[in-house]
Design a protein around this ligand. Structure first.
Ligand SMILES: C[S@@+](CC[C@H](N)C(=O)[O-])C[C@H]1O[C@@H](n2cnc3c(N)ncnc32)[C@H](O)[C@@H]1O
Length: 241
């Protein structure tokens, strides 16, 4: 009776760890999210149950409590539950909640890290989150708080020279740009990377002043990472190539 939480990476099925694949091979049940590439399910034994628990239009979406309960139930019924999550399970993935719930119910747990979109999406667009002489640090945050308000930490980060990597930030891009504009940073580069690592990957670049007006260039639904900071600008193009 055990749970293995695996980071599936940003989307390209080759961006999972070998350790993750080994664990998948011994799964009795796999619970997976919407951002997980279904090609990875091939690594699970043919007899293993495959259960989609993500949010997708037209299908039932599970509450976190339901998923926690399913993990316990399925581990008791089948043995080894593998929980496949996009990116890294501990980066805005609620991985720890699932682990703790399982542990409280006497289930052994293990964590296998994954490549987070927070680093991979910028990187695959040629944007290093840190760069000697250009970016000393980077902050990763979501655009909104649990209650749906704009994350107040964006304003704190905007006042520094750090690279800001925003997950789930596209719908708030106008408000976020306004914070930077209010600090006189209208020309600061911004990049939006969608479907990072997939054949459909797209990158839209601009600056604080014009990024919102470029909204027609990206898809409103597809997952996106927004990067704000000097490293997202073309002046680093030579270093990027
Ligand atoms: C619930 S969070 C999960 C993050 C995930 N645990 C990680 O480490 O990448 C989902 C958000 O991650 C970002 N994301 C995940 N995969 C992505 C991809 N392939 N391209 C762009 N953004 C991605 C988007 O901001 C998306 O809305």
């Amino acid at each position: 009776m055990r749970l293995t939480l695996i980071g599936a990476g940003p989307g390209d099925p080759e961006l999972i760890t070998l350790k993750g694949i080994h664990a998948l091979r011994s799964a009795d049940v796999v619970l997976y999210d919407a951002l997980v590439n279904e090609a990875l399910l091939e690594y699970a034994p043919p007899v293993a149950e495959r259960v989609f628990v993500g949010k997708r239009r037209g299908s039932k979406s599970y509450e976190q409590e339901e998923i926690n309960a399913m993990i316990v139930l399925l581990a008791r019924q089948f043995g080894h539950v593998v929980r496949l999550k996009g990116g890294d399970p501990f980066v805005f993935g609620r991985g720890m909640e699932e682990m703790r719930h399982a542990q409280e119910h006497g289930i052994e747990t293990a964590y296998i890290p994954g490549i987070s979109s927070a680093i991979a999406a910028p990187g695959l667009a040629g944007i290093p989150v840190t760069l000697r002489g250009a970016s000393r640090s980077f902050w990763t945050m979501t655009a909104t708080t649990d209650t749906g308000e704009l994350n107040p930490e964006i304003a704190t980060a905007a006042a520094t020279d750090a690279t800001l990597v925003l997950l789930m930030g596209l719908s708030k891009i106008g408000e976020i740009a306004a914070i930077y504009a209010g600090l006189g940073k209208n020309d600061l580069p911004v990049a939006v990377i969608q479907d990072a690592s997939l054949p459909t990957q797209t990158v839209v670049t601009g600056c604080v002043r014009d990024i919102e007006s470029r909204a027609h260039q990206w898809h409103p639904i597809r997952p996106a990472v927004v990067v704000i900071g000097g490293v997202a600008g073309s002046e680093f193009a030579e270093l990027k190539n």
